[in-house]
Design a protein around this ligand. Structure first.
Ligand SMILES: [Fe+2]
Length: 198
């Protein structure tokens, strides 16, 4: 097990790494949004850009709490992921393929971030820095949500007909659930009325 001093150093190092990674992402996302042909995907990238800007501010709060200057250290992992995505995007022959490639690349980025934020959150907790841990946890949850949203877009894209069928099926199911709830509350009202009568 790492000593407390070394864990503290590891935390600082990893925070600098994520800080730089987030900054790289804010540069990549506008380009990806521009190239997206699906409206939903473009919107997801645009919203994630705004979210990433907030995540950078949140990291600045973390640095402040730790009484450290907010400074990044080149994140080679993110650089590699983004470069690979760029190459794959430039090789895509059509819009749908490019969208699929961008989703894949964005999800790799999200998974990197989920691993990184999960790690620093745990280290902050181990060091008893619970406020820092909860700030990092907040971002971790946002990254997980973004990843899920991208999975949803990918699934609807690969088989849009299937996605439509599922929607059509889901609607009556929702309606019948509402119907069942209404029937149950009617039943409860009748039961209450019966009890009163007795
Ligand atoms: Fe992020």
């Amino acid at each position: 097990m790492a000593s407390i001093e070394s864990l503290e150093e590891l935390l600082q190092d990893e925070l600098k790494d994520i800080y730089d990674a987030e900054k790289q992402i804010t540069k990549a996302l506008p380009k990806m949004a521009k190239k997206a042909s699906s409206d939903e995907l473009r919107q997801a990238f645009e919203e994630h850009l705004r979210q990433t800007e907030q995540q950078i501010e949140r990291l600045e709060q973390v640095f402040e709490q730790l009484e450290l200057p907010a400074r990044g250290k080149k994140c080679e992992g993110m650089k590699g992921l983004l470069e690979e995505g760029q190459t794959m995007m430039s090789e895509a022959d059509d819009d749908a393929t490019r969208d699929a490639v961008m989703i894949a690349s964005a999800q790799k980025v999200e998974h990197y971030e989920i691993a990184a934020y999960g790690t620093v959150r745990t280290w902050a907790n181990l060091l008893g820095k619970s406020e820092v841990a909860s700030l990092l946890e907040e971002t971790l949850e946002e990254e997980k949500e973004t990843d899920q949203r991208l999975t949803g877009i990918a699934e609807a894209m690969v088989n849009p007909e299937a996605a439509k069928d599922e929607e059509a099926e889901a609607a009556p199911r929702g309606a019948s659930a509402r119907g069942a709830r209404a029937a149950m509350s009617r039943g409860a009202r009748h039961a209450a009325a019966d009890r009163k009568r007795r």
